[in-house]
Design a protein around this ligand. Structure first.
Ligand SMILES: CC(C)(COP(=O)(O)OP(=O)(O)OC[C@H]1O[C@@H](n2cnc3c(N)ncnc32)[C@H](O)[C@@H]1OP(=O)(O)O)[C@@H](O)C(=O)NCCC(=O)NCCS
Length: 217
């Protein structure tokens, strides 16, 4: 039986393994954190309960007392960096996460989110650290994720996604999501079109990797 994850931050908030009683709050947090994402791509309470059956050690919440103010969902996958063609739907299978491979060598971050009133307090960093502690405990190669280029939707009339992505990689544009992920140590590995259905990023995502040995920045 896996020992649940629990770590208190200096500000009193707690990173914890997700428990079944968090599922309803997680469903509500999805709408707050991803307000423009197609609702069919938002996870609901029954999905969260299924994730706990499939891979309990990969599910985390950030708690302020009993209130869920941060969340991340992960699964294990094998990953071929030379042929990255998947989209969010391939990974999440309608939210049920049945693509989870218990022998997969990479921890794939399906999402991460912080309640709007709790941003810039280190919650995402703490959730990435919990993921990384899991990577090391399970002997995986590292974390992979596809970060939404969430500043691109507002600039798509002005520039091509390829150019926006190159500017973010070079640090000349600060993207609210991908620049944050690069700041905590993720390395960009390519641009994916039509990854998910959200106008905030015009459906573009960036493949990002944080290897086990490298650790958070
Ligand atoms: C992106 C998001 C998860 C960041 O959460 P957060 O809890 O505010 O992030 P943190 O406070 O842990 O910040 C981590 C680091 O990134 C930096 N950072 C956070 N937001 C940033 C932003 N908008 N622009 C640039 N840097 C940012 C912080 O300064 C911090 O750096 P430091 O630790 O070196 O000081 C949050 O803004 C969110 O939920 N956004 C909407 C959902 C989303 O885009 N999720 C990702 C989907 S792929």
């Amino acid at each position: 039986m896996q020992v649940p994850y629990c770590r208190q931050l200096d500000n009193g908030l707690v990173v914890s393994s997700t428990r079944p009683e968090h599922a309803r709050q997680l469903e509500q947090l999805q709408s707050l954190v991803f307000p423009t994402l197609d609702d069919l791509q938002r996870m609901k309470a029954p999905h969260y309960l299924k994730h706990l059956e499939l891979f309990p050690e990969g599910q985390f919440v950030l708690l302020d007392g009993e209130k869920v103010v941060g969340m991340t969902t992960t699964l294990r996958l094998n990953f071929d960096f030379d042929h990255v063609t998947h989209d969010f739907e391939d990974v999440m299978q309608g939210g049920w996460m049945t693509s989870h491979d218990p022998q997969g060598e990479w921890l794939y971050g399906a999402d991460i989110g912080t309640h709007p009133e709790y941003r810039r307090m280190g919650i995402a960093r703490a959730l990435y650290q919990a993921r990384h502690d899991t990577v090391r405990r399970l002997g995986l190669k590292g974390q992979v994720t596809v970060g939404m280029l969430s500043g691109y939707g507002g600039r798509k009339q002005e520039m091509r996604a390829e150019d926006y992505y190159a500017e973010v990689c070079a640090g000349r544009i600060q993207d609210p999501t991908v620049s944050m992920q690069m700041r905590v140590g993720f390395e960009p590995r390519g641009l994916l079109a039509d990854y998910l259905r959200d106008p905030v990023c015009d459906n573009y995502g960036a493949v990002l990797v944080l290897s086990a040995e490298r650790g958070l920045a």
